[in-house]
Ligand binder design. Structure first.
Ligand code: FEO
Length: 403
């Protein structure tokens, strides 16, 4: 396993997990993932973040191709989630560094996860602190809640390099290291998938961090996140900063996401009728069966949709289980600027559409329409009503997008 020099005396010493599909237990990573870790060789040799525990041997193998492990002086932990500190204990044992640097919360999180008796000093740093390592200076930038309270970034102006932990990451597993090897459409899709499942709740803070980064943007020509490809070159740096701003702004998109769960296809037929209405009004849509699509796949689709139309049958006086799970997940991710609509078929009690309506309301969605519900199989006039609803949703969505 070799180290890859990404800038003069700056090396990638991470690991690629081509087969990871369950990312952190809640999100899918259909293209695998990458745990990025970096080494800067200077008067003081510094490692930035580590890799998942499973890959500590890979990381040490790459490190050994550049310097002997005992020559590592400092370890900077930009983020103390297990995928980035998973090999820290091993690294401390093998390298015996002089110091570990982390944010104030990062230090607490490291101490909460490891028995640090006998470890080198863990020094807490904050925005504005600068660590000189010889020819270079590491400027620490607080990125709190992006996406954990401990998150920070490290900026090395001499290399025009910003190391960002999870921010600007994507779940791409590849033998390529740089974004320039990929087309922008693929990059954007992977970024949306990552953002909408991990970063989305913190969008207001993302905008603040982006404002802060704009002050130094001209001095950055490489952004190195802890997952996926490294954004190389001024063009890619601009692309990722702009894409993040767009994702964080959550401007209403003129596309509808129709979600349904169904027992005997009645709720599904309402979904299809609503879709017909949208089609008449030339509003694009996507229909997803909640029982067969993973909740993280649904969230990724939501990135492009300004309306969320959710239906399910009434089950035990409430909503169906996959729908409940998906909406709980969606609510936690706090999507904004959406229109919500509820519908569903029922047999004898019919509580689900109202319950769905309430759930979408709690998500701060605009709810311009009363939920529609049908008893058992929707009749011709009910299908017509659902189609009309689709047309009305399309008009409301167009109006919202035009504001
Ligand atoms: Fe990639 Fe929040 O860990």
């Amino acid at each position: 396993m070799k180290a890859i020099e990404i800038k003069k005396d700056v090396f990638w010493i991470g690991a690629v997990d081509f087969n990871k599909r369950n990312f952190h237990g809640y999100s899918r990573s259909p293209q695998g993932t990458t745990y990025n870790s970096f080494l800067i060789k200077d008067e003081k040799n510094v490692i930035f973040d580590t890799v998942d525990h499973e890959y500590e041997g890979t990381m040490l193998s790459r490190l050994s191709k550049v310097i002997e492990a005992e020559k590592v002086n400092y370890i900077v932990i930009n983020h103390a989630e297990k995928d980035h500190v998973g090999s820290l204990e091993k690294l401390v044992q093998v390298c015996r560094p002089e110091k570990i640097y982390a944010s104030v919360v990062g230090k607490k999180f490291i101490e909460a996860q490891f028995d640090t008796k006998g470890w080198p000093q863990i020094e807490a740093v904050k925005s504005g602190d600068v660590l000189n390592i010889g020819k270079r200076n590491i400027h620490f930038i607080d990125t709190k809640m992006l996406h954990w309270p401990d998150s920070m970034a490290s900026f090395i102006p001499e290399d025009k390099l910003l190391i960002t932990n999870d921010s600007f990451g994507q779940n791409i597993a590849s033998s390529e290291r740089f974004a320039s090897a990929f087309d922008k459409e693929t990059l954007l899709k992977s970024m949306k998938e990552y953002y909408y499942n991990i970063i989305l709740p913190f969008s207001p803070l993302v905008l603040k961090v982006l404002d802060k980064l704009e002050e130094i943007a001209l001095d950055i020509d490489m952004i190195a996140p802890d997952h996926g490809l490294i954004w190389d070159g001024a063009d890619n740096v601009r692309f990722v900063l702009d894409a993040y701003r767009e994702l964080a702004t959550q401007k209403t998109q003129e596309k509808a996401l129709i979600l349904f769960e169904t027992m005997w296809h009645s709720t599904e037929s309402i979904a299809n009728a609503i879709a017909s209405g949208l089609e008449i009004e030339n509003v694009p849509f996507k229909i997803m069966n909640i029982a067969s699509c993973h909740h993280s796949e649904i969230m990724t689709e939501l990135a492009d949709c300004g309306a969320v139309i959710v239906g399910c049958p009434t089950h035990n006086n409430g909503i169906m289980p996959y729908t409940a799970a998906t909406l709980t997940y969606m609510k936690g991710l706090r999507p904004q600027n959406r229109i919500g609509v509820a519908y569903g078929s029922y047999g004898w009690s019919g509580e689900a559409p109202k319950a769905l309506h309430m759930l979408l309301t709690e998500m701060n969605m605009e709810m311009p329409f009363e939920p529609i519900k049908t008893v058992f199989c929707p009749k011709e006039e009910e299908i017509a009503k659902a189609k009309d609803l689709g047309r009305e949703i399309a008009k409301a969505l167009k109006e919202k997008c035009s504001k």
